[in-house]
Design a protein around this ligand. Sequence first.
Ligand code: GAL
Length: 620
Amino acid sequence: ITQRGCIVQLPLRPNEQFYGLGLQFLSFAQRGKKKIARVNADPKFDTGDSHAPVPFYVTTEGIGILVDTSRYATFYFGDARPKPAHAVDSLDSVGGTNPDPDYTHGIRDGDSGQVTVEVPNADGVEVYLFGGPQMIDAVRRYNMFSGGGFVPPEWGLGFWYRMDARGTQRSTLALGGEFRESKIPCDVIGLETGWQTHAYSCTFEWNEDRFPDPKGFVSFAQGMNYKINLWEHAFTHPASPLFPEIAPRSGDYGVWGGLVPDFAGEPARAAFGTYHGKTFIDAGISGFKLDECDNSDYTGGWSFPECSKFPSGIDGEQMHNTFGMHYQMALWNEYRNRNQSTYNLVRSSGALAAPYPFVLYSDLYAHRDYIRALVNSGFAGLLWCPEVRDAVSEEDLIRRLQSVVFSPLAMVNGWYIVNPPWKQINRRLNNAGQLADGWQKLEARCREVIAWRMQLVPYLTAAFQRYAEEGIPPFRALVLDAPGERRLYAVDDQYMIGDRMMVAPLFAGEPSRQVVLPEGDWHDFWTGNAFKGGSQLSVPASTEKIPVYVKAGSIVPWADVGQFAGSPESRRITARVYGDGSLPFELIHDQSMMRLNWHKGKGSVTSASGYDVYAWQQLG
Ligand code: GAL
């Protein structure tokens, strides 16, 4: 305990590497770095700032460590070291002269050292250690400690499209109709700011100029098998019907002329939640997009100050780091109380979030950083959506779309473009209504990519089932599955989905990419071509499909493509068999287990529970 707060020192082993601290965009392996667990929507430098800072990290020795604080804790990952203990007689006794500066700060490969964590303004802190033996076990236990992951509703794993912010009831339904006509599968349509009478801050009331009949609108959309998701943030406008109830339960500073609800206290959560339950959930709204629950006042934006006071007793710093989590709690409670499954978006989260049915997103847009965030999310009980908006080239659009359909939430966020990006990738021209010549060709390519998402749903669902039951992150870094392979320690642009599938996205503008194959035997998912693991492949940019590999022996269910998840087509399955098919596939559906087996060149299905496995395809 010091005047500044408290310090935790944890020993380190030589070569021990660590990962985590939440949704980091700018770095992966953390050894040798100093990081602050501080929420920020727009991290410009690799300081630790993040939409979802999580004071939890996991090491290649199979240990997970949670420092249970909502303060802006500083983590010195091996670079803060005790002073030298005694003088030496001569330089010769310690390796000789070295007139050039040693920029390693004394950290060398093979060194031990320590992790130092400083928690400001605290008389003490609880530290949880999660044992392995393997790294993945430590993460698993961390996730189970928070209640385990969850299985999204089937529609949540389909395709999502968010409307232009100026969208109306009429334009939204027209787009929904157009998707059905042009056979672009879609499950969820998201409404952006313009559905409300006032958006910054929010009134949480329908704007009846644009949506004259909200009830009719939602039920019409439902009739077309769409779910409706609503954008909002929590800052409560004085004209909102929620204002009188939230006012006494809010902080002493405002944002955008609205109240900051004291979500750390049950009364504000209950008032906010109850209103949303009665007004929206009971009216058929399937979920929300909880925007701006991070902040950006370090990067030229908006927020409430750290010295803010809240009736629950916490201050602005603590509120910042927990606002997103508490906001999620307020809304999720309403769905839980109704025994209704939901899947949502949120822009900030924190520690122990695995059970929350929310997926993170951002206004940042670097494709590579988006993939690094996805890889990092799996260390921290988080889910991440590398959403697609406009694009700098057709290739960029395709590559981004390919990644997002192999992610926790497959979404195009069209909030600032009037037309779908495949009609015009350029934002300005798109909004001017100038569609690209021959856009139908690009649309067809996008349709195919979106179809993959629909085909993947059974495999994805099975991966999420293990998240719920065993805490195994459905999307994760390669190193988590093979901490013994040092060559994977820096791989931050490839990831596993479930136990069998590995994705290595292509980035537009790069001539080719290297793919690292972990030890073992692998197959190209699309062609079945076999590869020996422990090697590297070079994939040329001309490759049409996203590079995906599966472990030899895998059986992967690949559904037929319907217009929405849960359509009759989605129940018709082709079982793709790789190599000797020795790894059966299991999925729980309608409370029974479907199992796909392959034995001596023949497939069999145990209890298909609503699925029709009508074809077996042997690949490789
Ligand atoms: C941003 C959000 C975007 C969009 C926009 C609307 O904060 O990240 O996705 O919703 O607000 O104003």
